[in-house]
Ligand binder design. Structure first.
Ligand code: M6R
Length: 364
């Protein structure tokens, strides 16, 4: 059942603190305070790049992982949507490693991409939520997310469970490659261990997201912006929004605004800006100033320091807990889920089964 919630999607949003914790426990050794990944079927020290392939929301989890793996393990990562990867005829090298991310483990394009890579001698890792799925059976290494059954067509808890699994992969790779020092490792492990409680704190903003949604029901479009790992979260926010509210939404890396999309800005296009404190905050802040100068209505999602800097400027501010920038995407994923959910409910769409969509895309 829906556990007292009106929709499966809302139930699944609220399950996130628990299932992120479950997914994390596979890797986190509480006694030793370390993140451990079981035997990797390759030598991390010898890798020169990693491939990540997926579709939809799972591909956005892959984009976040690219930032993590490049930063923490100093390993270049190529991310592709499966429908492009499988037909592009890209050169593959035997012994290189590719990660395939899928909630269902059955997505036709991702499964075909995995088979294609395997045939080329590539070591395959599947990050899957359904343990008996085709991808789980065929991959060389399976990293299981523990989201539990996800019923809502719009993916929510599967996404954040993928993220927490991928950050553990990035740290494990970094440790194996000697690119994270012990102090950083300990600090990061601590920050990751606290994610389930911080995510629970984020859910306290639900009422706030609902009231902001009231201002979005009649708009014709929404723009999402962010930098660094907040960029793929912006992409995911826009996908979620269009999937269930049927209102056009798109996302840009904030630094790309002046290369075109800033022409759209006026008081009729709300902009959701994702701006956690961290090395990129000032850059995003100046983009927000540019949007406001053109009468853009900014819905800012940030932390206390960010709110102190920008709350006078923006129309709305949502304040999330202050966390290590590495784990921020795990928190910022939730308000954009809630914003999409409440807008869709207010519009009266079929939230759990949006038109034209299927939960598992088993044909290409
Ligand atoms: O089962 P998968 O993770 O392979 O599914 C991939 C996409 O079809 C899926 O994430 C889709 O984009 C969702 N409807 C997003 O909410």
């Amino acid at each position: 059942g829906k556990g007292g919630h009106r929709h499966f999607m809302l139930k699944e949003i609220y399950e996130q603190p628990a299932v992120i914790g479950d997914s994390l426990r596979t890797f986190l050794d509480p006694a030793r305070g370390t993140i451990e990944m079981k035997e990797m079927p390759f030598d991390p020290g010898r890798l020169t790049r990693m491939l990540i392939v997926a579709c939809g929301t799972s591909a956005y989890a892959g984009m976040v992982a690219k930032y993590w793996i490049e930063q923490l393990a100093r390993l270049p990562v190529d991310v592709d949507v499966a429908s492009e990867f499988r037909y592009r005829d890209t050169p593959l090298t035997a012994g290189e490693v590719a990660v395939f991310i899928s909630q269902s483990g059955e997505t036709a394009d991702t499964l075909a991409a995995m088979r294609h890579a395997r045939a080329g001698g590539v070591v395959t890792i599947a990050v899957v939520n359904v343990p008996e799925s085709s991808m789980a059976r065929e991959a060389d290494l399976v990293l299981r997310t523990k989201a539990g059954p996800e019923i809502g067509v719009a993916s929510t808890k599967a996404f954040t469970c993928q993220l927490v699994t991928l950050v553990c992969l990035a740290i494990s790779l970094g440790r194996a490659r000697g690119t994270i020092d012990t102090a950083r490792d300990q600090k990061l492990t601590q920050a990751i261990a606290e994610v389930p409680s911080r995510v629970a704190d984020v859910l306290n903003n639900d009422g706030r997201m609902r009231s902001i949604a009231e201002s979005l029901v009649h708009v014709t479009g929404v723009l999402y912006v962010g930098r660094g790992t907040a960029f793929p979260i912006a992409l995911e926010g826009a996908l979620k929004f269009k999937e269930i509210s049927y209102i056009h939404a798109e996302a840009y890396a904030a630094g790309e605004l002046k290369h075109g999309p800033i022409a759209l800005i006026d008081d009729g296009l709300p902009v959701v800006a994702l701006a956690p404190s961290g090395p990129l905050f000032d850059k995003t802040a100046s983009n927000i100033e540019e949007i406001v100068a053109r009468r853009g209505r900014v819905i800012l999602i940030t932390d206390e320091a960010g709110a102190a800097r920008l709350s006078d400027l923006v129309a709305e501010v949502v304040v999330l807990p202050t966390v290590d920038p590495v784990v921020a995407p795990l928190l910022y994923a939730l308000p954009v889920q809630l914003l999409a959910y409440h807008t869709a409910v207010l519009k009266g769409t079929d939230v759990d089964q949006p038109r034209n969509l299927a939960k598992s895309v088993t044909v290409e």
